[in-house]
Design a protein. Structure first.
Length: 180
């Protein structure tokens, strides 16, 4: 595994995040030496999900997205979860935060339904990506070349389909952070 010691990684999420899509990348980022930071529209804590129906653990928010700036971080992770992703994509502060990472040409990783916000942030067009299959049409309609692969790296953007792809997703993202 690549060493990303000293890097600070933003994780943007809210209620309804798919728990393993938060916890496994978070743990891998820590193992690689970086500091993960939970950024959210919420101000206190949020509740993750197991699938779309079952509540899982709660997590404390470190920074509210309205107060967050991409310049404070080296990279961004956008976990999935249907409710999480659908809520974030209509949040103006979340969209602006995501767009800042692309404007600064920093690594971004998004899995499952997470890529939805890339459409609404205006950064999806012309990219090659994957996602959970149910949002593939949305991505194609936004100008994405959608492919059904475990992990897709397009420049500094890393995307994957679902929790079954987490090992490849985490490895590809950490390599991107280490290289930049």
């Amino acid at each position: 595994m690549a060493d990303i010691t000293g890097k600070k990684i933003a994780f943007l999420l809210t209620d309804g995040v798919e728990q393993p899509e938060l916890t496994q990348p978070w743990e891998e980022v820590e193992k690689a030496g970086a500091t993960p930071v939970l950024v959210s529209p919420k101000s206190d804590s949020l509740t993750a999900m197991k699938g779309d129906w079952d509540h899982a653990d709660s997590f404390d928010v470190n920074v509210q997205v309205k107060n967050a700036k991409a310049s404070d971080y080296d990279a961004l992770v956008l976990p999935g979860g249907t409710v999480n992703a659908d809520t974030l994509r209509i949040d103006q502060d979340a969209r602006a935060f995501v767009k800042q990472f692309f404007e600064a040409d920093k690594p971004v990783a998004s899995i499952c339904h997470g890529p939805w916000i890339l459409i609404d942030a205006g950064v999806a067009d012309g990219r090659r990506m994957t996602s959970y299959e149910s949002i593939s049409t949305d991505l194609r309609n936004a100008g994405v070349e959608w492919v059904d692969q475990e992990v897709v790296v397009d420049g500094k953007l890393v995307t994957s389909r679902n929790p079954g792809d987490l090992d490849a997703f985490c490895a590809a993202f950490i390599e991107q952070v280490a290289a930049h």
